[in-house]
Design a protein. Structure first.
Ligand code: DAH
Length: 368
């Protein structure tokens, strides 16, 4: 009797185990046969009520059944688990041979790049970076730079004025040059001084070589016994480092700026190679010419006074130049307007990788 019972139960259990297609349904089969209320468990409980003879025969049969079913479940479970893993792996297949989608990477604008280069070069010569507001008053922008209201030089700057004056009755405007930073720095920090002031400036002007907004860098040195020789050495050292050439030749030409006396315009020699201006050599050399790159001079005594200093005690030199023009000369762009069009193709061509910028050679210590 026991054997037919175990045989049919075995057949039933093994069929159900084989038919379980998921781990969940297999577990349900396990519970049905081997769980606390399971049929095989119930069968085993009947052993206690049997006579010793009956038990001797039924015991091994029942326990054998339990062992066999337990083993069959474990085997089926291993099969189902392997299937589940394979299905998961198949669903998550990654094709490592596919090219990765390109991550968009920004680039550094040539103006930012050149401003960084300038700051590095002048930092090596002991210059700090100073700043001033782009919305300036006409006292700092003109008057304190020795350009009184009637001064004809004010007409050289076709300026964007604001409709309202400030609290002190000064006309407000978009600064036309970085020179007002000279006044602000002298008033704030006193002397001695060695600063550069890079930044945006504005003029009512627009064609292939002029944009209403552009960039300048100003330089100011105030000290004792400062003379034109210091100016010349500083500019020469700066231009050699910036253009990364030792054969830079300067020509200082007498000129006029209200804020300097004497004033000099600085030219560099250049030649044209493959349609591009290449700085280097004397402008008097064969195949060379001169190009103006800087305005400069000894700071006018009146400007030193407006800066709150005694011109009998302090002297200095100043210079100013266009950052965009320096960038065009060094990196070979030909249309200034493209600098500010925001065309990503232009940026991709002329921009600099943020973490891979060209470093300056020629003795200027640039940390990586
Ligand atoms: N501020 C002048 C300009 O915008 C440039 C300049 C010339 C600045 C001579 C100076 C200087 O500091 O000494 O045209």
């Amino acid at each position: 009797m026991a054997s037919t019972q175990t045989d049919s139960m075995r057949a039933d259990a093994l069929a159900q185990i084989e038919g379980a297609s998921t781990l969940e349904s297999l577990d349900a089969v396990r519970v049905a046969f081997l769980g606390k209320q399971g049929t095989i468990s119930a069968l085993l409980k009947t052993l206690g009520k049997m006579s010793p003879e009956e038990r001797q025969e039924a015991g091994p049969a029942f326990n054998g059944l339990r062992a066999e079913v337990t083993e069959a479940i474990a085997a089926r479970k291993a099969v189902l688990e392997a299937e589940a893993l394979n299905a998961k792996l198949a669903g998550e297949t990654i094709d490592l041979s596919l090219p990765a989608p390109e991550a968009p990477i920004g680039s550094v604008h040539p103006v930012s790049q050149v401003m960084d280069e300038l700051a590095e070069i002048f930092a090596d010569m002991g210059f700090a970076v100073a700043t001033g507001p782009e919305i300036e008053d006409d006292w700092h922008n003109f008057t304190a730079l020795n350009m009184p209201e009637s001064h004809p030089a004010r007409a050289m700057h076709d300026t964007f004025y604001f409709p309202d004056a400030d609290d002190e009755g000064r006309s407000m405007l978009l600064r036309t040059h970085t020179s007002p930073v000279q006044i602000r720095t002298m008033l704030k920090d006193g002397a001695p001084l060695r600063i550069i002031a890079p930044g945006r400036v504005y003029r009512s002007d627009s064609d292939a070589t002029h944009t209403p907004m552009f960039h300048q860098i100003e330089g100011l040195v105030i000290g004792k016994g400062i003379h034109l020789g210091h100016l010349k050495w500083t500019l020469e050292t700066f231009l050699k480092a910036f253009f990364e050439r030792d054969d830079i030749v300067l020509r200082l030409r007498p000129s006029y700026f209200p804020f300097t006396e004497p004033s000099v315009e600085v030219d560099v020699g250049y030649s044209v190679e493959k349609g591009r201006r290449v700085v280097g050599g004397s402008g008097d050399d064969e195949g060379h010419a001169w190009m103006e790159v800087l305005g400069s001079g000894m700071v006018n005594a009146r400007v030193i006074e407006f800066g709150g200093l005694d011109p009998n005690e302090w002297q200095g030199f100043a210079f100013g130049t266009g950052v965009d023009r320096l960038a065009m000369l060094k990196y070979g762009m030909d249309d200034l307007r493209a600098f500010f069009d925001g065309d990503l193709r232009w940026m991709k061509h002329y921009g600099f990788a943020a973490l891979d910028v060209p470093t300056l050679s020629g003795g200027v210590g640039v940390s990586a």
